[in-house]
Design a protein around this ligand. Structure first.
Ligand code: AMP
Ligand code: MN
Ligand code: MN
Ligand code: MN
Length: 283
């Protein structure tokens, strides 16, 4: 099967490698079709596409949109859209817009438990000032000696109910799917196994997503266990969704799954890239 890696991050969002470095690493690991999917941001797309071409890899445009659905944060990956589409460009800019305010509120929450200077500290790790994320705070708290690794920071400080967590309203599911499909791309539910939905809520997400014109779901991702590959393979068939595969790579040390190293999609599924052949930028 084609080695496609259609979910990963660069320093244009919360990854640590530049788009060129991610492209090189993907190619070195055997990736044949690649998409860079920075959070709420397409500012790295032209560089990623050029880097893919110089490595001899096929390229699909990508992004990972933050969405609020029934008071939960859900991520929707967009693939193969026109990166110049005005509604997409405008919608993502609006989605990014609240991040600085949120980061200041996160820092205030951390200060209340004795952690000083977290806003400035996180900024040192930010590659794109429009895209300050919890990951940058996590890296700073590790550097400052508050925790041993970023996973511990999330667990103790940055998840719901913890001192550095701030409720935030992201894009609606309807808007995110519309921006992607309106720009000629395919919308994909990212890592469904990561959300803490009840079975009914999860069913509502898939049903609503389908009704809005969403067409894909990540089955094999660095965020899923092998048991979840099977569960979401079944869900893909039940909802007649195309299947995607992506590492969700952020950093060589932090990410447990490297680019291009996941198992193949289960054979019975329809790979999302087969529906996007006309959108692939060939090297
Ligand atoms: P944000 O968009 O600012 O809320 O940040 C979300 C990002 O934080 C995700 O894309 C992951 O990269 C990272 N993240 C979320 N939860 C965890 C976790 N438990 N451990 C490590 N990283 C996490
Ligand atoms: Mn991330
Ligand atoms: Mn995600
Ligand atoms: Mn991601």
């Amino acid at each position: 099967m084609l080695n496609a890696d259609l979910h990963c991050h660069s320093s244009v969002s919360d990854g640590t490698l530049t788009p060129e470095e991610v492209a090189e690493r993907a190619h070195r690991n055997g990736v044949q079709l690649w998409a860079l999917t920075d959070h709420d941001e397409i500012g790295g797309q032209a560089r990623a596409r050029a880097a893919a071409a110089s490595q001899g890899m096929g390229y699909l445009t990508g992004t990972e949109i933050s969405v609020t659905f029934i008071q939960h944060t859900v991520h929707i990956v967009g693939l193969g859209f026109d990166a110049e589409d005005p509604a997409m460009v405008e919608g993502l800019a609006h989605t990014r817009g609240g991040r600085e305010r949120r980061a200041r509120d996160m820092a205030a929450g951390l200060e209340r438990v004795g952690i000083q200077g977290a806003f400035e500290g996180a900024l040192k790790f930010v590659g794109n000032p429009d895209l300050i994320s919890r990951t940058h705070f996590a890296r700073y708290l590790v550097e400052a000696g508050h925790c041993a690794d970023t996973h511990e920071v999330f667990r103790r400080f940055l998840t719901d109910g913890k001192p550095g967590y701030v409720e935030h309203r992201w894009a609606s599911l309807a808007d995110a799917v519309r921006w992607i499909t309106g720009a000629g791309g395919i919308a994909v539910i990212a890592h469904p196994g990561r959300y803490d939905f009840t079975p009914n809520e999860e069913f509502a997400l898939f049903t609503e997503f389908k009704a809005l014109g969403g067409q894909g779901v990540e089955v094999v991702t660095g965020s899923h266990t092998p048991a979840e590959y099977l569960k979401y393979a079944d869900m893909a068939q039940e909802f007649d969704l195309l299947a995607s595969r992506g590492s969700d790579f952020h950093d060589p040390a932090e990410s447990h799954t490297d680019l291009g190293t996941l198992p193949d999609l289960p054979r019975q599924l329809k790979p999302v890239w087969e529906a996007l052949e006309h959108r692939v930028h060939q090297p």
